[in-house]
Design a protein around this ligand. Sequence first.
Ligand SMILES: NC(=O)c1ccc[n+]([C@@H]2O[C@H](COP(=O)([O-])OP(=O)(O)OC[C@H]3O[C@@H](n4cnc5c(N)ncnc54)[C@H](O)[C@@H]3O)[C@@H](O)[C@H]2O)c1
Length: 422
Amino acid sequence: MERTGSEPATVAIIGAGNRGADVYAEALGRRPDAVRIVAVADPDPARRDRLADRHEVPESGRFDGWASLLARPALADAVVIATPDALHLGPAREALARGYHLLLEKPIAPTLDEVRALAAAAADAPGTVTVAHVLRYAPFFQALADVIRGGRIGALVGIQHTENVGHWHFAHSYVRGNWRREADAAPMILAKACHDLDLLRWWVGRPCRSVASFGDRRRFRREHEPEGATDRCTDGCAVERSCPYSALRIYQERFAGERGWPVSVVSDDPSPTGVRRALETGPYGRCVYRCDNDVADHQVAILEFEGGVTANLTVSAFTEENTRTVHLMGDRGEAIGHLGLGEIEVREFVSGERVTLRVGSGEDGHGGGDDALVDDFVARLRGERTGPAASSLEASIESHTMAFAAERSRREGRVVSLASLG
Ligand SMILES: NC(=O)c1ccc[n+]([C@@H]2O[C@H](COP(=O)([O-])OP(=O)(O)OC[C@H]3O[C@@H](n4cnc5c(N)ncnc54)[C@H](O)[C@@H]3O)[C@@H](O)[C@H]2O)c1
């Protein structure tokens, strides 16, 4: 689509779920002078119309799926692809062929072959691909990059990075929810930690050479079910009050009165009655020991980068907090960061000085990353300067490849060199 410089850029949203509607459409809607949503595709009519009504998308811009939207000649400058993991490659390839720019949700695709197919499609296309590695854009992670780039800890030698998924969050997404089965989504290390691998690659600034990884589905299995457990937490389970994963504890207590995520995923009706009904009938009320989940619930990956920098990444369901913690080790100092607290302590060896940087806090909107990513995406569409975190498709493919290597290592019990993935 031709557009003159001062007009708002135009965007079509493909997938009007949590990310497409609640995150991206909302963020785009807050920038009316720069960008306008002109079309939406989702097979769910309620979701489609909710987004379209809120952003004044006309009837002619409402489609029942990505295929029908993309069957038309390009009707916007860009598309946001926020469909489920296994439904990224189809619309992405078609949108590139139609000349759109893409904001593509992570993971690019659930398999390495599909990721490579996307790379091939992008290589021949005029449009750009922004992969939604939102954490890069969060002030907290940028501050860690600045600590490294500014030489404050000398030469970076090692990184210890933990993704504390949070017991309730893991139960929500990876035991009861959309990412519980690899065949329907992706390996957990890719689905949950491709952001973290992207950060590691970004901070080190060199390619990863090899990976070793361990982990499995340890606890969320039938054999760990306590006596007295029932199919659903609402069925009169004898141990519901003492179960950390109780759906009633999570959705009716921890998130009581919440209308947004994760309650919006559980039920379109966020009232107490609506949530209760969803727990009695839908996937989110199921006993965590009796689900059809198969993804790992804890995993470690040890990575070696060119130049000898090492990193270890731990991803675990078994944490109270839902946050990331980081320890950067350099030859002249170290930096220890806690995303939830929004704090990074930089300790310099020679002076003995300890400085605490305060850089925003919380996991809301990925620590501010969601909004900043949208700013960069819109700038890219308008041909304006992008910020320091702006990534490339090549960089995202590299960090996805690290996840595939980790998964292969975990399954095959051996160190996997990235070069061996071909
Ligand atoms: N960047 C991040 O940090 C982040 C965080 C969460 C999720 N995600 C990713 O975002 C993507 C979407 O996740 P979500 O939580 O919004 O899921 P969701 O299930 O809430 O939304 C997906 C939407 O896609 C729609 N859809 C299905 N088939 C379609 C089709 N043929 N055409 C158009 N729409 C179709 C569904 O009806 C649904 O509304 C996933 O790939 C997920 O892994 C990324």
